[in-house]
Design a protein around this ligand. Structure first.
Ligand SMILES: Nc1nc2c(ncn2[C@@H]2O[C@H](COP(=O)(O)OP(=O)(O)OP(=O)(O)O)[C@@H](O)[C@H]2O)c(=O)[nH]1
Length: 235
């Protein structure tokens, strides 16, 4: 933007006042008029400057507000992209990524848990109750997991527990605690009957891949189901 164009009026006044100042023969009245003119324009300039500062303050506040909203939205999107909406544990994509990442840094054990005869619960008590059972079961899993565990929902009623740096025997103990808890007392949402699960446990060496770790746990889970459900198998 051309500064002379922006302050055309002020530039004119400045030039005129400089002309007046350069002359020595003008009357006091002429000097006074020139001074008043400069004064008037100076006041206008102050008012305009004040208005512009207020406007820019408002714009800055609005920009900060929009920025904050964007930041919040980005966080919400990131959360939704990585979490299961029903149970708030890691979703399939996110847990697979965590498992692969963990294995690239060291050893890990994996538990796969699948609710037994869950279809019957849905059929008998309805889908909304089935959802409540899933959530209550996840709370049970959480209550028996160490702080470093990551819980994920791989499919409908199938969950994984990733245990970084765990040996197979220690992971089996965690799986056993979850299994024992489910058999010890019914979930509060369904007090009339036990909800049990079958669990498969596997171990992955440092540098091994997600597929091998998952498949081993899945085969163990399959064995647990085939041996009558409600048990822990490992591989
Ligand atoms: N309420 C509810 N049900 C779900 C959800 N996801 C999957 N299911 C149900 O879970 C049931 C799984 O049934 P199956 O695969 O036959 O397994 P199951 O009845 O648990 O039998 P086993 O695993 O062999 O012990 C199906 O009826 C699905 O509709 C969910 O988010 N909410």
């Amino acid at each position: 933007m051309d500064l002379n164009e922006l302050f055309r009026e002020e530039s004119d006044v400045l030039n005129r006042s400089q002309d007046v100042a350069a002359q020595t023969t003008l009357s006091a009245e002429d000097y006074r008029d020139a001074l008043l003119m400069v004064n008037r324009h100076y006041q206008r300039l102050m008012r305009e400057t004040y208005r512009m500062i207020s406007r820019s303050d408002r714009a800055e506040r609005e920009l900060n507000r929009v920025n904050e909203q964007l930041h919040q939205l980005a966080q919400e999107l990131e959360y939704k992209a990585s979490h299961d909406p029903l149970t708030a544990v890691w979703n399939r994509g996110a847990i697979i990524q965590r498992i692969s990442q963990t294995l690239s840094n060291g050893a890990a054990a994996l538990i796969i848990l699948d609710i037994d005869h869950f279809k019957r619960i849905n059929d008998e008590f309805g889908h909304p109750m089935g959802d409540k059972v899933i959530c209550a079961l996840v709370s049970r899993i959480q209550a028996h997991c160490p702080a470093e565990a990551s819980i994920g929902r791989i499919g409908g009623e199938e969950f994984t527990v990733l245990l970084p740096h765990y040996r197979l025997s220690d992971a089996v103990i965690v799986a056993g605690a979850i299994h024992a808890s489910l058999n010890a007392s019914p979930l509060a949402v369904l007090p009339g009957q036990l909800v049990t699960a079958s669990l498969g446990v596997s171990y992955g060496k440092p540098g091994s891949d997600f597929e091998t770790l998952y498949n081993n746990a899945d085969v163990a889970l399959y064995d647990a189901k085939n041996h009558g459900r409600n048990r822990v198998f490992f591989r």
